[in-house]
Write a protein that binds this ligand. Sequence first.
Ligand code: FMN
Length: 316
Amino acid sequence: MQIDNQVLAAPLAGISDKAFRLIAKEMGAGAVYTEMISDKALVYRNQKTFELMDIQDEEGPIAVQIFGRDPEFLTPAARIMVERGAQWIDFNMGCPAPKVVKNGEGAALMKEPDVAYRAVEALVNAVDVPVTVKLRKGFDVSSVNVLSMAKTIQGLGVAAIAVHGRTRDQFYSGQADWQVIAEVVSRVDVPVIGNGDIWEPTDASRMLAETGCQAVMIGRGSFGNPWLIRQNLAVLAQEKPVFPTMEEKIAMALKHLRLAVHYKGERVGVREMRKQLSWYIKNGTGAARLRDEINQAEDEKTLIALLNAFLERQKG
Ligand SMILES: Cc1cc2nc3c(=O)[nH]c(=O)nc-3n(C[C@H](O)[C@H](O)[C@H](O)COP(=O)(O)O)c2cc1C
């Protein structure tokens, strides 16, 4: 598995769709990930699920992320992914969402290592493309087991292991534990991708130095701020990070909207972009009011007008 550089854009359900990935790539991401994709939904040929893994016209490297637990579904689903162009499959063992965990999938697999190992083995055997795994620190504080799981999983033929330094019961709160990432790095021979709390331009370089991981993955820090990827790359290249002006933020928000509408149609694109547009304008004057207006807008034209008017107000 090849990545272009050490700063990757994380898999993000509801966010890392094609529009987001194209922007992350433009910002220099060393690899991008799709949203998590259900093995069962693929096997049952759910049309919406096929759209989630549409990576046509995208430049690699792209990890197509799968979740599930049962080899009976994971094997055919992974093969469908490869038939549809996947050149790298990532297995989700980190999703904390109750509806996923109650099915024994996502982070719940950290509670059942043997099931998890069989799942990883099934994926590795099902396809010829590289398979990677994304783990959490453990299921809860009393069962931190990422070290032993990573050690076993590396022996199953995975190409890399990503570690999010939080337990499932932390969801996304509290500080990510980079120490545990460092411990995984010191225990396994496959490349480790560190994940959790990259918020500042210097954070990737700090995580690489503090943990020894081979690459870092940026999640929430990139919401409405894809420049964070480029800024972290700049610091790694010992250059000064450049911060976007409000004009550039609005231009990117408009581009993101255009891409979303292009790939999903106006109705879905507009609805799904509401929260992301609000993130782009977060610190501007009158952002709260604009957010309310964005949430009521039903079409692309209205959103474009709102964003342009907002920009004018910033100048005045
Ligand atoms: C809204 C949202 C959606 C996410 N979706 C996924 C997903 O589909 N697959 C996955 O492995 N992780 C998912 N994650 C977890 C992120 O990939 C990442 O591990 C986590 O946000 C920690 O990184 P950060 O501190 O940089 O945000 C999601 C996180 C958030 C906030």
